[in-house]
Ligand binder design. Structure first.
Ligand code: AMP
Length: 393
């Protein structure tokens, strides 16, 4: 069974690592020369929208999927005509545009923070009126890991500060969102598959609690410690089930939520396997990567039950000493085969155990030994980096 994956980054690599034992073979569409997935399958090294490259990619392929959400929608539409592509182009369209994303969620009855679209300078006053300050101004498209965002505090002339932030983001179409004074951030990773006789099978991994540093995910813990009575997980499952059904979704999806006042506000949809689900490789009966492939290729789904508690740390900018990480009991190291560069995700470590309190203690010890090198935060360096990496989440 040959599966095509658009994108050969670490998510494509981990999909390959999960699929090889199931007898799957992989072909990747990836423009970069030396990508993390390069040893897991054939690489078609062309831009994502190159017609010849797409022809070669789609040849004799039964199934196709993607590992990042900024795949050109035209590419997804072209693939949909020729192979079984999952998730479909509709999920991409919704997730690529923050205004469509929030509108879709709101229309489904999923709570979201107040928001307004800003496409031109004359919409700023109305957006400020609707949303107020503090707020976050984000580009509608191509944002990831906190890039393409400006936080606006509540002081001075609100419209003038939104105008200045909009100028700084390049006057591209933006969304103004109310700033959420959240107690915690959580994500729900879920999978949906079509049943042979009609209908769909939904499965949910335990709710995961996330901490970010410099706008990049630093730590994920599952089950989420902030969900004392399980009510957050119940609500998250209902919201994500509604979204998956609305999109007739097939594959793994992740929805990130803020916890505020003990309830959820949805922030972002990722129509793919997600960083906050990496712990499932070592900490769940079936990983997000394996279940994604099972859903995409029409195989039965595996159990999403946790084997205990898990805490995952991302390795950003620098590689740790493997011997130090592996000396920690219960530590599982995953390196992506990438060169280290500030701000770049080069791997992750997951700690697993049966006792959540003991696990937290050992996570604190390990965390102190892990490197973290964010990128140069000067505006010039940041703009250059945003331009060079805008396609990849
Ligand atoms: P995003 O790209 O929307 O996932 O945002 C990246 C991170 O920025 C989030 O995980 C939050 O930590 C923070 N953030 C984004 N939007 C807001 C908001 N409206 N209020 C407060 N924090 C936010």
């Amino acid at each position: 069974m040959k599966v095509g994956i658009v994108g050969g980054g670490q998510l494509g690599r981990m999909l390959g690592l999960a699929g090889v034992p199931l007898g799957m073979q992989f072909r990747y569409l990836e423009p970069a020369a030396d990508c993390p997935a390069s040893r897991l399958g054939e690489i078609i090294r062309t831009p994502y929208d190159d017609p010849d490259g797409l022809e070669r990619f789609a040849q004799d392929l039964g199934f196709a999927t993607y590992e990042f959400e900024n795949v050109p929608v035209q590419t997804a539409l072209w693939l949909e005509e020729r192979v079984s592509l999952a998730p479909g182009s509709r999920a991409l369209e919704v997730a690529q545009d923050r205004v469509r994303e929030k509108t879709t969620l709101r229309d489904l009855g999923v709570p979201v923070q107040a928001f307004a679209s800003i496409a031109s300078a004359n919409e700023i006053a109305a957006a400020v009126e609707r949303v107020g300050l503090p707020a976050v101004l984000k580009t509608r498209r191509m944002g990831y890991d906190g890039k393409g965002q400006r936080v606006l505090r509540k002081d001075g002339d609100a419209a003038a500060s939104v105008q200045a932030a909009w100028d700084a983001l390049g006057r591209v179409p933006c969304i103004l969102e109310a700033f959420v004074p959240f107690e915690a951030e959580v994500s729900q990773v879920a999978v949906r598959a079509r049943r042979a006789g009609g209908g769909a099978h939904h499965a949910f991994w335990p709710l995961t609690q996330n901490e970010h540093r410099n706008g990049i995910l630093w730590k994920s813990e599952a089950p989420a410690p902030c969900d004392h009575d399980g009510s957050l997980a119940t609500a998250a499952r209902a919201h994500v089930a509604r979204l998956m059904d609305e999109l007739d979704y097939v594959g793994v999806i992740a929805v990130e939520f803020f916890v505020v006042g003990g309830t959820l506000l949805a922030n972002e949809i990722a129509p793919r396997v997600h960083n906050s689900g990496h712990w499932t490789i070592d900490g769940a009966e079936t990983s997000q990567f394996e279940n994604h492939l099972r859903a995409v290729t029409g195989l039965p789904l595996g159990s999403t039950a946790a084997r205990g508690a898990s805490i995952m740390f991302n390795l950003v900018g620098k590689l740790p000493l493997s011997s130090r990480v592996l000396a920690q009991q219960g530590a599982h190291l995953h390196l992506y085969g990438k060169g280290a560069r500030p701000g770049r995700k080069v791997g992750h470590v997951t700690l697993t155990g049966q006792d959540a309190a003991a696990l937290r203690q050992s996570a604190a010890e390990l965390a102190a030994a892990l490197p973290w090198e964010a990128e140069d935060a000067s505006p010039r360096a940041r703009d250059a980096h945003e331009r060079s990496t805008a396609h990849r989440h």
